[in-house]
Design a protein. Structure first.
Lengths: 136, 201
């Protein structure tokens, strides 16, 4: 389904536009014109982690668009941050936030809340980070 | 057996992502630094600006809704399963300050990259993080051909609060970038402890 939309730009030589020309579909068309995610209205942080719910209904739900499915597929391999999903799906972050809101409402994914700044940074975790960086 | 199980459950709930910002003037090497330490090649996210961008974009009186995109490069370092560090190169242009507000929310700290040939380019970033009390280190990217200054010189020139670390680095070098991040995390920890003591006392 997505092939129809993305197949063109991948073929070299014949097209008059390239990826620099921007998307051929207006971004918020993918969200049905919505710019805010569902009634919950939570704005997902760029590093909020998105996990696929193992008991989630199949991805072929009628309510899902091709972009929803792309996001689900990206989460299949490993937990992803919102920023990684946006890069992976090649969609603007704002669009991904709306689509993720849909998926949360459908129960397909869970999105972690960012850690409140006051609870950051736990001494033990910072130590782990420093040791981890040294070991890289 | 039982303890093992509960330990695993704890680990699962504690899946944690930390955010570090990389700021500085245009062309100072933000994406280079992110790329040098990241385990993935730097990815790019785009944020679409419509209403917010509209008021600040001067299009000489052209009265129409404008959509601008602003790109942010980012990378990732996995410390262990369930604990990862994300590095975000902040957009350089001043008119995207409001994006910084979102980026800096809950951030562990920031690296301000500086080039001694145009030190003034990093003033806005230094101001920004000082005002919001976000821990940051200044990393002087030692470009070939640029005169070498000591960390004290840079600290004085930037009028940094005492204690703010200044590190000389080569943004292309992984080890150098790692050292910058280590200094930042250590400093963020010290600042956090100091604040906790403040609030108790």
């Amino acid at each position: 389904m997505t092939e129809d939309m993305t197949g063109g730009p991948d073929r070299l030589g014949s097209q008059w536009y390239d990826s620099e020309a921007g998307p051929l579909v207006r971004p918020y068309a993918m969200t049905g014109g919505r710019t805010r995610s569902g009634p919950a209205g939570v704005r997902f942080d760029l590093i909020s982690l998105v996990t696929l719910d193992p008991g989630a209904p199949g991805a072929d739900e009628a309510a899902l668009g091709p972009e929803h499915r792309t996001l689900i597929d990206l989460c299949r391999t490993e937990t992803q941050s919102v920023a990684e999903l946006a890069a992976g799906a090649d969609l603007p972050v704002g669009v991904v936030r709306v689509l993720l809101g849909d998926l949360v409402e459908l129960g397909s994914v869970t999105v972690s809340r960012p850690v409140p700044p006051a609870q950051l940074p736990d001494e033990r975790i910072l130590r782990e980070v420093i040791d981890g960086l040294r070991a890289l | 057996m039982v303890t093992e199980h509960s330990a695993a459950t704890d680990g699962e709930t504690a899946a944690l992502a930390l955010k570090i910002l990389v700021a500085g003037g245009f062309g100072v090497g933000k994406t280079t630094l992110v790329g040098a330490v990241s385990e993935i090649r730097p990815l790019r996210t785009e944020e679409l600006l419509s209403e917010a961008g509209q008021s600040v974009d001067d299009l000489d009186g052209v009265d129409q809704k404008v959509t601008t995109t602003v790109a942010m490069d980012f990378g990732r370092i996995t410390i262990r399963s369930g604990l990862s560090l994300y590095l975000f190169g902040t957009p350089g242009q001043d008119r995207f300050w409001f994006l910084w507000d979102e980026l800096s929310q809950g951030a562990l700290g920031a690296v301000v990259l500086a080039d001694t040939r145009r030190l003034e380019d990093c003033f806005p970033a230094v101001d920004y993080f000082e005002h919001r009390r976000i821990p940051f280190v200044v990393a002087v990217n030692c470009f070939a051909g640029a005169r070498r200054y000591g960390p004290e010189d840079v600290s004085r020139a930037l009028d940094l609060d005492s204690g703010t670390p200044v590190v000389l680095c080569d943004a292309r070098e992984r080890d150098s970038g790692k050292e910058v991040l280590i200094r930042l995390v250590e400093y963020a920890g010290r600042m956090h402890t100091a604040r906790l003591l403040d609030s108790v006392g």
